[in-house]
Ligand binder design. Structure first.
Ligand code: UDX
Length: 458
């Protein structure tokens, strides 16, 4: 085994949790590893791997799969999140071990497993075969810190009052990840998120899709307690160069983007005039929220591009698309990076998923934050109060943002003084995030150091 390892460049198995918001950043990170001289095999679950259009035909990133126990339906086929995770935790390590053994015997031995932090058992598999273990966090440092403190018993759950944690602004309960402020709603997920930190005393590297300069004080703190490195933003380099070009090469989407319709529509709109609305790949909005949002967009009288996944379409007011056709375009999925990079964009109304947040910071688009669950409230807090790149409108007693607040917020950001400040900040963050992943930047150096350490071990 040693001999065949010596003759190869380092070979990383990059193992992603089977969700779009995790696959995207881990795929982009894979490309950076390749750029720095490593080989990569991308791994996700069997069910998810069937939906990754295009990736399987790309020779530079071979695709392999393991089983979560639900090869025909993924998490939707499980009776509950608990049942899904229990089965995945049993079958995942077995099938990952089988994959490692198959790769070793076929002459492509891995030297490292870069595993999604949601799958901590992958570290045991790495260590069983003498491989380097690198955990990859797809959420912000702030969110990771909240779960770290829970795991260490330093943060009492549920959080009911203001919390002060190192390197962060004071967080109110509504700024906390939903699993911490409202643990009863998804107890299995709270366990999984806290479990991310259960075995980090044994890990070789902790890689985080974050940018040193965005969360500097907190990253410095993390680096004192674990081998922590920031490697983000995982936005394709073509967008960092401001070239309007879609990253289609690895088929990053599990949904089919309505590319031509969207871009053609955008190209007819004046500079800075369009509100882009998307709630990512997972969130399911309350019907009241969909209706208020629909009304708010209509009242604002602005152009809008709204991504409504097919499973959410029934929640729109009747005939809404037809009635608003002069001003709006509703699509089921779009090429988001290309949209955010378009000069017609004026505002991103977002659920504050971490990828969307990083993409908007990197492409300099002000945000209206309407977080739904998981890490999104904490990201919203940072967008508004730390990076000053957006506003978070209030919610009413139903937990819903009303149409008049949506309308006011659109106006404030697109016409008001605070919007002006955000557009000024946009230039600053765009420059900083771009520099982080450019040659010699903070993230670039960390990736280089990581790959160099793997090369040293060959
Ligand atoms: C999930 C969680 O919901 C989120 O809170 C967490 O931070 C990451 O995992 P998701 O809800 O899908 O992610 O949101 P986000 O992190 O923003 O990722 C969505 C990705 O899909 C982005 O990369 C975005 O560019 C892409 N996207 C979204 C499209 O390409 N087209 C669309 O129409 C919408």
């Amino acid at each position: 085994m040693e001999d065949s390892r010596k003759s190869h460049k380092p070979h990383c198995l990059v193992l992603s949790f089977p969700v779009q918001g995790h696959i995207n950043p881990m795929l982009q990170f894979s490309k950076r590893l390749i750029h720095k001289g490593a080989g990569v095999t991308f791994v996700t679950t069997r069910f998810m791997s069937k939906t990754l259009h295009g990736l399987s035909s790309n020779p530079s990133i071979p695709l392999e799969s393991i089983s979560d126990g639900f090869d025909d339906g993924g998490i939707k086929a499980a009776s509950s999140p608990e049942a899904y995770l229990e089965r995945f935790w049993k079958i995942g390590p077995e099938t990952l071990s089988e994959l490692v053994e198959r790769l070793i015997s076929s002459g492509r031995p891995p030297s490292c497993i870069v595993y999604n932090s949601f799958l901590p058992w992958a570290l045991d598999v790495a260590q069983k075969y003498g491989l380097v273990g690198a955990v990859f966090f797809t959420m912000s440092c702030a969110v990771s810190s909240v779960f770290y403190h829970c795991q260490k018993g330093l943060l009492e759950v549920p959080v009911r009052k203001q919390v002060l944690l190192p390197g962060m602004p004071p967080l109110e309960p509504q700024d906390m990840p939903s699993y911490v402020s409202d643990p009863e709603s998804y107890p299995a997920y709270l366990g999984m998120l806290v479990g991310q930190f259960s075995n980090l005393d044994k890990v070789d590297w902790v890689l985080c899709n974050a940018v040193y300069e965005l969360e500097q004080e907190l990253v410095d703190w993390f680096m004192k307690v674990m081998p922590f490195r920031t490697i983000g933003p995982t936005v394709p380099s073509s967008y960092l160069d401001n070239r309007l070009q879609q990253d289609r090469e690895y088929g990053l989407s599990i949904f089919q983007p309505e590319h031509d319709t969207t871009m053609k529509w955008l190209s007819t709109k004046p500079k800075g005039s369009v509100v882009y609305v998307s709630f990512g790949s997972v969130a399911e909005l309350k019907i009241d929220q969909m209706q208020e949002l629909a009304m708010g967009l209509k009242r604002s009288n602005r152009y809008f591009l709204w991504v409504v996944r097919s499973s959410e379409e029934d929640k729109l007011p009747q005939d809404y698309a037809k009635e608003t056709a002069q001003k709006g375009l509703i699509v089921t999925w779009c090429p988001q990076l290309e949209v955010l990079a378009h000069e017609a964009l004026g505002l991103f109304l977002t659920h504050c998923g971490w990828n969307s947040t990083l993409e908007a910071l990197t492409l300099g688009v002000p945000m209206m934050a309407i977080p739904q669950w998981t890490d999104q409230p904490t990201n919203a807090k940072h967008i508004m109060d730390v990076w000053k790149m957006g506003l978070r409108p209030p919610v009413d007693e139903r937990g819903v943002v009303r149409s008049e607040d949506i309308e006011n917020c659109i106006r404030e950001i697109m016409e008001g003084e605070r919007g002006k400040e955000m557009r000024e900040n946009a230039g600053k963050w765009r420059k900083i995030t771009k520099e982080a992943v450019s040659e010699g930047g903070s993230s670039d150096r960390n990736i280089e150091e990581f790959v160099a350490s793997l090369i040293d071990k060959l």
